[in-house]
Design a binder for this molecule. Structure first.
Ligand code: PEP
Ligand code: MG
Length: 753
């Protein structure tokens, strides 16, 4: 049964449309289970009825004709209960109804399994037997597994309008949900791209001649470098110098030691070049994949992309030239920066990826180029998308396949509004972030990728509010020394001088491991993380602090930030070490100034001790990403509880107020550097509370600035006052959206004027 399950799943996935997928299911399931009839009913939500869409074993033309109102019969019962019903003799069940067309009176054995997606019942898969029959446990799980496979195909058919055509009653068009990665509206034709070479399929093999393998590998790397050069030249006129940094990032990875040396070492140990490359890439990917920070985790796909490009050259494969539509929506499971660069800019109107999120490099690149993008659109069957017309709503991460005339016209209008908004935002680049009543709320940048040699948003930010230092530690084979670290920090301090740069000390932890510093914990989020590790290893902390301090000599724009603080003792110990590093450097003759030191408030315990913490340091910075996960007990990276992860939960607002009150006692400033700071909806609340500065990703700077410049502080306080009376996050969101609409800025968080 397992084998036929695998075969049926494959056939269903390859079916060109829903009708054929359903036909395959009913035929194959009937056969595999030995039932007399197998049927699929789909729920027509708008007309509140179950419609028979496919059947094998019934006589006559019943498909499409049999329609049961919701709540009727055993089909209705399976759908209501959203669980399988298995009856030896259906005719004796109180909910049994004899539907004349299907001649149900002839059947006794009954097994109905709901088809469910995202908690919604989409239909029912039914087996019937003339004799009495109790379907065994294996048969029930078999049918349930296939029902769940159908869910994806049904969702796609709904969104593409196929289902509406089948039901012929013009259902409103639905969309495929994903993550909003780059705002804007794109309307065009899907061009599907596939990864150029399958690295995972490469086997290990003994190298016949190590030297030839080494040479081949070096040549392949050089060929990729040449490709990069070509793409960079092609996109140069289209991208700002900041955006071009993505190509530098790839080049740095290809020229750095880890990938090259790792592969060469494996070749010398006897593996052939493709096998050695696969091993090296997968080792690095594993480290990034297991990271807690979504932003860092996305680097895994960059490394995988690079590996594929090198492999392609090793295998002497050259991709056939792709024919791009005049309005191309680039669609793929994992789209690479190179594939984006390959599309002539004037033809690229949207990007849709079934994996990834807004913090992936593709997301960053899309934002930099101003291309609307939706990532993580998991329900999109890429194989069926080629050539279809699509609408990408980058504000809400929605994708419409084969949009009907009404949807198309509406989005055409929204796209026109959007073009106006984008040009308006650009005009704000050099204007201050100041309210209509003259209150300045400086906006800083979150950065910290080693690959971002010139991060986005340099010009329009007041400095760096959060420089994450983990990456330089993660991409190496051992702890970076003082001078290697120093040149990293110096680069960012110089880039922004004289504007302040807040460098956060190492925040690695159980889920953000270093390949050379293994730890295994049952509860990594509650384990050895951030300052807890560095205090246990003062040699790591001191080296980093010395590097940070030395990097600031002569620039004096440094601030140090300590992560994951949960006790005052940790702050006292960290300060002691920072002073010790400072004293040592003075003794060694370095003219280092002691910088302001702050702590991150991201653990609930720190909220309640904000005052005691503020007394010890120069400023507080709120990490709402971790604070939300710890306060609400919701893993910030777990999709199953993503709905519960909400920064507008009333408890978060109260925590923020408590932090600000605590800091005020000692006259300390409070900044917010979690993702909440970059949400235009949150601006009312944070401004109203009296937060002193915000730090966010580059893509959010102008949008948040637009809100600040459109409202008064008094209005922000009013909105905050009402928000504090709300008891759930839904009401708070609605309130904030209304407030944004009132000043004509709803378009910042949703499409349309
Ligand atoms: C936070 O937790 O909000 C934060 C800014 O830190 P990170 O996302 O790096 O954990
Ligand atoms: Mg954090």
């Amino acid at each position: 049964m397992l084998e036929s399950l695998r075969r049926i799943v494959q056939e269903v996935n390859n079916a060109p449309d829903l009708e054929q997928a359903l036909t395959i299911i009913v035929r194959r399931v009937k056969q595999a289970v030995g039932a007399d009839v197998c049927s699929v009913y789909l729920n027509d939500l708008d007309n509140r009825r179950h419609v028979l869409h496919a059947s094998e074993g019934l006589r006559g033309k019943v498909v499409g004709r049999v329609r049961l109102e919701f709540g009727r019969g055993l089909i209705g019962l399976v759908s209501e209960r959203a669980e399988p019903i298995n009856l030896d003799d259906a005719a004796t069940h109180p909910r049994y109804e004899n539907v004349i067309d299907t001649k149900e009176d002839r059947y006794h054995g009954f097994l109905g399994a709901p088809i469910i997606q995202n908690r919604k019942v989409l239909g029912v898969l039914v087996l019937r037997q003339r004799q009495r029959r109790h379907f065994d446990e294996d048969e029930v799980t078999f049918v349930m597994t296939l029902a769940s496979q159908l869910a994806g195909a049904i969702t796609f058919a709904r969104t593409s309008g196929e289902l509406a055509r089948l039901q012929e009653d013009g259902l409103p068009q639905r969309f495929l949900p994903g993550l909003a990665a780059s705002p804007g509206i794109g309307i065009g034709q899907a061009v599907v791209v596939y990864p150029p070479a399958d690295l995972d399929a490469v086997p290990d093999r003994r190298a016949e001649n190590t030297e030839t393998e080494e040479l081949d590998f070096q040549q392949a790397v050089n060929a990729v470098l040449a490709d990069l050069e070509r793409f960079a030249t092609r996109t140069q006129k289209l991208l700002s110098s900041e955006d071009m940094a993505l190509f530098d990032a790839w080049r740095m990875m290809l020229e750095g030691d880890t990938l090259i040396d790792g592969t060469l070492a494996r070749i010398r140990a006897g593996n052939w070049a493709p096998g050695a490359l696969r091993e090296t890439i997968s080792e690095h990917v594993k480290v990034f994949d297991s990271m807690e920070d979504a932003y860092l985790r996305e680097r895994a796909s960059d490394i995988r992309d690079l590996g594929r490009c090198v492999l392609m050259h090793l295998q002497n494969l050259t991709a056939a030239p792709i024919q791009y539509a005049a309005q191309t929506i680039l669609v793929g499971e994992e789209i690479s920066a190179m594939q984006i660069a390959d599309v002539p800019r004037d033809k690229l109107v949207g990007i849709v990826s079934t994996t990834g999120s807004g913090s992936s490099h593709v997301g960053i690149l899309a934002r930099g180029m101003g291309i609307p993008a939706a990532m993580g659109v998991a329900d999109l069957p890429v194989g069926r998308a080629e050539g279809r017309e699509m609408v990408v709503d980058g504000y809400r991460g929605r994708v419409y396949v084969a949009p009907g005339p009404a949807v198309r016209a509406e989005y055409q209008r929204l796209a026109e509004d959007d073009a106006v908004l984008t040009s308006e935002l650009q005009a704000l680049r050099h204007l201050p972030a100041e309210t209509t009543d003259g209150y300045a709320l400086p906006l800083f940048l979150n950065t910290g990728l080693v690959s971002e040699s010139r991060p986005l948003g340099i010009e329009e930010s007041a400095g760096v509010g959060l420089y994450r230092t983990e990456l330089p530690f993660i991409v190496r084979d051992s702890f970076p020394g003082e001078s290697a670290q120093m040149s990293n920090y110096r680069h960012v301090l110089e880039l922004f001088a004289p504007r302040p740069v807040t460098i956060r000390t190492l925040d690695i932890g159980g889920d953000k491991p270093l390949p050379y510093f293994p730890m295994h914990e049952a509860n990594p989020f509650l384990g050895w993380r951030g300052i807890r590790i560095t205090l246990d290893h003062p040699e790591i902390f001191l080296t980093q602090v010395r590097a940070i301090l030395r990097a600031s000599i002569g620039l004096d724009n440094l601030q140090i930030l300590i992560p994951m603080i949960s006790t005052v003792g940790e702050v006292d110990d960290a300060l002691l070490l920072i002073h010790r590093a400072h004293d040592e450097l003075l003794e060694e003759g370095y003219q280092v100034k002691m910088p302001p030191v702050g702590v991150m408030i991201e653990v609930p315990a720190a909220v309640y001790q904000a005052e005691a913490l503020a007394r010890r340091v120069d400023f507080l910075s709120v990490g709402t990403n971790d604070l939300t996960q710890y306060l609400l007990a919701v893993d910030r990276n777990n999709p199953h509880v993503a709905k519960l992860y909400d920064e507008f939960h009333p408890a978060i607002l109260r925590a923020l107020l408590q932090i600000i009150t605590g800091a005020r006692v000692h006259g300390r400033e409070v900044s917010v550097c979690g993702e909440m700071a970059g949400d235009p909806l949150a601006t009312f609340l944070l401004l109203g509370m009296g937060v002193h500065s915000l730090s966010m990703g580059a893509g959010s700077l102008l949008r948040v600035k637009r809100v600040i410049r459109s409202i008064s502080r008094a209005r922000a306080r009013e909105v905050l006052k009402i928000a504090l009376q709300c008891e759930d996050s839904g009401s708070i969101r609605r309130l904030l959206l209304d407030a944004l609409e009132d000043v004509g800025l709803g378009a910042l968080v949703r499409p349309g004027k």
